[in-house]
Design a binder for this molecule. Sequence first.
Ligand SMILES: NC(=O)c1ccc[n+]([C@@H]2O[C@H](COP(=O)([O-])OP(=O)(O)OC[C@H]3O[C@@H](n4cnc5c(N)ncnc54)[C@H](OP(=O)(O)O)[C@@H]3O)[C@@H](O)[C@H]2O)c1
Length: 284
Amino acid sequence: MGIPEVVLNSGQKMPFIGYGTAALPMPPPQTLVSVFFDAIEVGYRHFDTASMYGTEESLGQAVAQALQRGLIKSRDQLFITSKLWCTDAHHDLVLPALSRTLKKLGLEYVDLYLIHFPVRLKQGIVGEHSNEDVIPFDIKGTWEAMEECYRLGLAKSVGVSNFGCKKLSQLLHHATIPPAVNQVEMNVSWQQEKLRHFCREKGIQVSAWSPLGANGASWGTLDVMESPVLKDIAITKEKSVPQVLYNTTYSIFYIGGGGGGVSVVYWWWVWTAWLGFDFGDGGC
Ligand SMILES: NC(=O)c1ccc[n+]([C@@H]2O[C@H](COP(=O)([O-])OP(=O)(O)OC[C@H]3O[C@@H](n4cnc5c(N)ncnc54)[C@H](OP(=O)(O)O)[C@@H]3O)[C@@H](O)[C@H]2O)c1
């Protein structure tokens, strides 16, 4: 069974389901390589990394091994997303940042390059930052440089992450290439209705990070995984709560094609859940 794809406004096809590569605490690099390799082996084709995550090198090694061992025939069978960190959200630092990302991944291009947050930090800040390190975000300059990455063929699509309607409107005012994707936190208890409506109108694909509510993370919540309603549905449907959640995230947020649907990025999702994930059914 192939993973359904969405056609982005750039014309590129993106698999709806993505494998998130952020992890805290971070496993050793060799463990990551083997986890990502296994993910490719069981059929994942869309991977979500970021310069901030520290997983680009391991993902690149897994991709190289997968090619070498014939799991995939060519690089273009994968969809790799990476993200620009806030310290590089300066007009002249975007291209060098993407070049570093590509070097770590060992790839000639990423399929999707996102501005990680609509936030700019002073150049060179590592780790903890103070309020003085945050400087006004330069939407026009940063997006111009993102467009340059696209024109150079180093990113097949460009987009944003964690942008609300106001920031997106400002960006669209300057853009000659509209963002293909807006990756935001979204789950059944935080449905981002206004933002989804806005993005649908503008042809921007919304992508959901932490569709299970990031349980276990300091910013996460158990409201989603421990929801009595979802538990009831899971029992009735003889599925697990994550299976219900992934199906729900896809189904209830999917309204037609183009920018109407929502893609999902998550971590440690078992393949058996995929086998039980019914894309053809509008409900759970
Ligand atoms: N753009 C952004 O700013 C941004 C921010 C955050 C995340 N992301 C992306 O989104 C990805 C996913 O984030 P996330 O890890 O917070 O996602 P999540 O959907 O909230 O899932 C994470 C939690 O769900 C649990 N889980 C996952 N599958 C499960 C299953 N089948 N059964 C039971 N529990 C399950 C995991 O537990 P275990 O760990 O115990 O397996 C983990 O605690 C990240 O890796 C990253 O690529 C992007």
